[in-house]
Design a protein around this ligand. Structure first.
Ligand SMILES: CNc1ncnc2c1ncn2[C@@H]1O[C@H](COP(=O)(O)O)[C@@H](O)[C@H]1O
Length: 307
C-alpha cells in the first residue's frame, strides 16, 4: 500500500492506520523490521534510525514492550547475520494518543536503552492537526533528563496553531539534544516576522532538520521540488538531513531522496561528499559510532572517482 500520486496530508494518516491494522503479531513486527533493514542495507545505507509507535494488540497478546523487543531482536539478528548497517530505534509518541501513552513510551524507551543501547531516543509524530505539541513539553524534558534524544515533528503545517506549538516547544526544548522532523514551514520568513524569529532560533541553536522531500511533495505540504526547504537550510550551512519518512508509504528510498536533492539543487560532487560526512554530526548514535562512521565514510569518499 503506497501513494503513487500526491494527496492532502490527512490521507497519509488514514493510510498509516490501515497499514497498522495489518501488523498485529510479533511475527509481523519481526518480518517488517528485518525486511526494512535488508532494504536499507541493499542501498548501502550504513546507519539507520528506525522509528515506530509501539502497539498493544490484545488479540495477539502483543504488548508495547513485546513490540519493541521484537524490533530489537530483528536488529540483533541482522547484526549477527553480518548486515553491514548499524540500526538504532526511536520510540514514537503518536500525538493522537495523548499524554499517558507518551509517558509509557518514555518509560519503555529508557528501560530498553539501558539494556543494550539500541533504543536511543524518542520520536514525536502523528497527525499535526490533532492535539497540541506544547502539552507534551514536560514529557520531552523528562525524556531528555533520562538521556533519551528527541526527534520532534514540528512546523509541518502552514497554520497558526502549528506555528504556536512550535514556538512553545522550541522555546523550552531548544537546548536539549533534539532534531526537528520536517520543519516544513520554519523558514517562511517572507510571510511574517514571527516565522522569521522562529527560523532564527533554529539557526542560532543549530537544531538539525530532517528533510523528507518525497513525503512533503506527496502530502502537498511542499508544492514543487525546487521550493523544498532543503535548499534554504543547506545554503545557510545549517544541518539538514535527508530522510525517507515512510519509505513504503511514499514509495521512495534514501537513494531516491539524495538523487532528487542533488539534481534539483545542483550540488557539486565535493559538496555532496562533504554533505554526506556532515550528516553524521546529527545522528543519535554514540560518539564511538559517529567516529567509526566518519572514518569509514571519509575513506570511502576518497576512493570515489571524480566525475
Ligand atoms: C507525513 N509526515 C508525517 N508527519 C507526522 N507523523 C508521521 C509522518 N509520517 C509518518 N508519521 C508517523 O509514523 C507513523 C507510522 O509508523 P508506525 O506505525 O508508528 O510504525 C504514523 O502513524 C505517524 O505517527
Amino acid at each position: 500500500m503506497y501513494f503513487t500520486t500526491s494527496h492532502p496530508i490527512a490521507e497519509s494518516f488514514k493510510l498509516f492506520t490501515k497499514i497498522q491494522s495489518l501488523v498485529t503479531t510479533p511475527e509481523d513486527v519481526y518480518i517488517l523490521t528485518k525486511s526494512i533493514i535488508e532494504e536499507y542495507a541493499e542501498e548501502n545505507v550504513k546507519y539507520l534510525e528506525l522509528r515506530s509507535t509501539p502497539k498493544h494488540i490484545p488479540s495477539s497478546g502483543m504488548t508495547k514492550e513485546v513490540y519493541l523487543r521484537t524490533m530489537i531482536e530483528a536488529i540483533k539478528d541482522s547484526e549477527s547475520e553480518g548486515y553491514p548497517i548499524i540500526v538504532r530505534i526511536l520510540v514514537s509518541i503518536d500525538r493522537r494518543q495523548g499524554l499517558e501513552n507518551a509517558r509509557v513510551a518514555v518509560d519503555l524507551a529508557e528501560k530498553l536503552m539501558n539494556e543494550d543501547n539500541i533504543v536511543v531516543g524518542i520520536d514525536f509524530s502523528g497527525d499535526p492537526e490533532v492535539g497540541d505539541a506544547a502539552d507534551y513539553i514536560p514529557v520531552f524534558l523528562d525524556a531528555a533528563k533520562r538521556k533519551l534524544k528527541l526527534a520532534l515533528h514540528l512546523a509541518e503545517l502552514n497554520k497558526e496553531h502549528s506555528f504556536q506549538e512550535t514556538v512553545k516547544v522550541l522555546e523550552q526544548c531548544c537546548d536539549l539534544p533534539i532534531r526537528i522532523g520536517h520543519g516544513t514551514f520554519l523558514h517562511h520568513a517572507q510571510q511574517n516576522d514571527k516565522w522569521s524569529a522562529l527560523a532564527n532560533l533554529v539557526y542560532t541553536k543549530k537544531i538539525p532538520i530532517e528533510a523528507c522531500i518525497t513525503s512533503n511533495l506527496k502530502t502537498e505540504t511542499v508544492h514543487c521540488l525546487e521550493q523544498h526547504h532543503f535548499k534554504y537550510w543547506k545554503d545557510r550551512g545549517h544541518p539538514v538531513i535527508l530522510c525517507a519518512d515512510g519509505k513504503g508509504v511514499y514509495n521512495t528510498s534514501l537513494s531516491q531522496e539524495y538523487f532528487l536533492a542533488m539534481s534539483a539543487f545542483q550540488l557539486t560532487q565535493q559538496e555532496l561528499k562533504d554533505y554526506v560526512v556532515g550528516t553524521l554530526d546529527s545522528i543519535f548514535g554514540s560518539d564511538e559510532i559517529k567516529e567509526e562512521l566518519r572514518t569509514e565514510f571519509t575513506t570511502l569518499m576518497s576512493t570515489l572517482p571524480s566525475v
